[in-house]
Design a protein around this ligand. Structure first.
Ligand code: HEM
Length: 263
C-alpha cells in the first residue's frame, strides 16, 4: 500500500501549512471566515478613516496638505501602516480563495441550472467581480495619487493640487465615482457578512446587521464620491501656482531671493 492512501482524507483537503496542530483551526471554514471578517473589519476601518481625511479638501489646500504631511512625518509609522494594510488585503484574498476551493470541493455536482441561494442579493452575487475590480482600482489609485506614475502633473507632497489636477480629467473622475459604487457593493455585503460570521445577525432583511451595513456603506461611499464630483464640477478650485508644494517646499519658497525682496 502506498503512503498516500494512509493519509486521513480531511487533512488532504487542507493546505499543508494548516496541518500543524497550532494552525489547524485557521484552515477550517470557520477559521477562514473569521480571517475574512477580521481583515474585512480592518479594511473597513481604513476606508472610513481615509474618507474622513479626504474631506479636508473642503477646508482648502493648506488643511489637506498639512494632513498629508502629518501622515508622512514618521516613516516607521507610515510603512508600518502600509505593511499592515497590505497584509490585510493579502490575507483577505487568500482566505477567500482557500474557502472557495473548499466549498467547491464539498459541493455535489449539480446538473442543470444552479438555483439562486435564498436571500442572495446583487451585491452578494457580484462579490467575486467587485473584489478584483476594486483591487485593480487600488493599484491604479496608488500609481495615480501616491507615486504619481500615471498622473499628468504630479508634485510630491502637494496632495490638494494633485487631487484637483488629477480629478479635473472627466474620465478619471468617472473611474473614481464608478469605483466607489463598486466599493459600495462590496462593503454592503461584506460588512453584513461579518455580522453573520460573528453570529450577530440571522440574515434577515431589516435586521440590525443589514441596517448597520447599509448606513456604513452609504456614509463611506457618499463621503468618497463627493470629492471627485466636487472637483469635476469645478466646485473645488485648483490652488494658485505659488501654493503648489514640491517635496514639502512651496514653489513660492523656491523662488530666487531677488524675486521675493524688492530691490
Ligand atoms: C474618491 C475616492 C478617493 C480619493 C479622492 C482618495 C484620495 C487619496 C489621496 C489624495 C491619496 C494620497 C495621500 C498622500 O499621498 O498623502 C490616497 C492614497 C491612498 N488611497 Fe485613496 N482615495 C480614494 C479612495 C480610496 C479607496 C476606496 C481606497 C481603498 C479601498 C484607497 C486606498 C488608498 C491607499 C492604499 C493609498 C496609499 C496610502 C499610502 O501608502 O501612502 N483610496 N488616496
Amino acid at each position: 500500500m502506498s503512503t498516500a492512501t494512509l493519509r486521513p482524507p480531511a487533512s488532504s483537503a487542507m493546505p499543508r501549512i494548516f496541518q500543524h496542530p497550532m494552525l489547524r483551526f485557521w484552515g477550517t471554514s470557520v477559521g477562514l471566515k473569521l480571517i475574512m471578517a477580521a481583515t474585512g473589519a480592518g479594511l473597513s476601518a481604513f476606508v472610513l478613516i481615509h474618507m474622513l481625511g479626504n474631506l479636508q479638501i473642503f477646508q482648502g489646500a493648506e488643511a489637506l496638505d498639512a494632513y498629508g504631511k502629518l501622515l508622512h512625518m514618521e516613516p516607521a509609522i507610515l510603512w508600518g501602516a502600509r505593511l499592515s494594510l497590505l497584509s490585510m488585503v493579502g490575507l483577505h484574498i487568500w482566505a477567500f480563495l482557500v474557502l472557495t476551493g473548499k466549498i467547491y470541493k464539498a459541493q455535489p455536482k449539480v446538473v442543470g441550472r444552479p438555483t439562486k441561494k435564498r436571500e442572495s442579493t446583487f451585491a452578494s452575487r457580484s462579490m467575486r467581480i467587485s473584489g478584483p475590480l476594486l483591487l485593480a482600482f487600488i493599484v491604479y489609485h496608488i500609481l495615480h495619487l501616491t507615486t504619481g506614475s500615471v498622473h499628468p502633473d504630479y508634485h510630491e507632497g502637494s496632495v490638494y493640487a494633485n487631487l484637483v489636477s488629477g480629478l479635473r480629467v472627466l474620465p478619471v473622475a468617472a473611474i473614481y465615482v464608478a469605483s466607489m459604487a463598486l466599493l459600495g457593493l462590496h462593503l454592503w455585503h461584506g460588512v453584513w457578512s461579518m455580522f453573520q460570521t460573528l453570529g450577530a445577525d440571522q440574515g434577515r432583511f431589516g435586521s440590525p446587521g443589514r441596517y448597520f451595513a447599509t448606513a456604513f456603506t452609504a456614509v463611506v461611499v457618499a463621503g468618497f464620491a463627493v470629492v471627485p464630483i466636487a472637483v469635476a464640477t469645478g466646485y473645488i478650485k485648483p490652488p494658485p501656482a505659488s501654493k503648489i508644494q514640491e517635496n514639502g517646499k512651496s514653489h513660492e519658497a523656491e523662488a530666487p531671493a531677488s524675486a521675493k525682496a524688492p530691490a
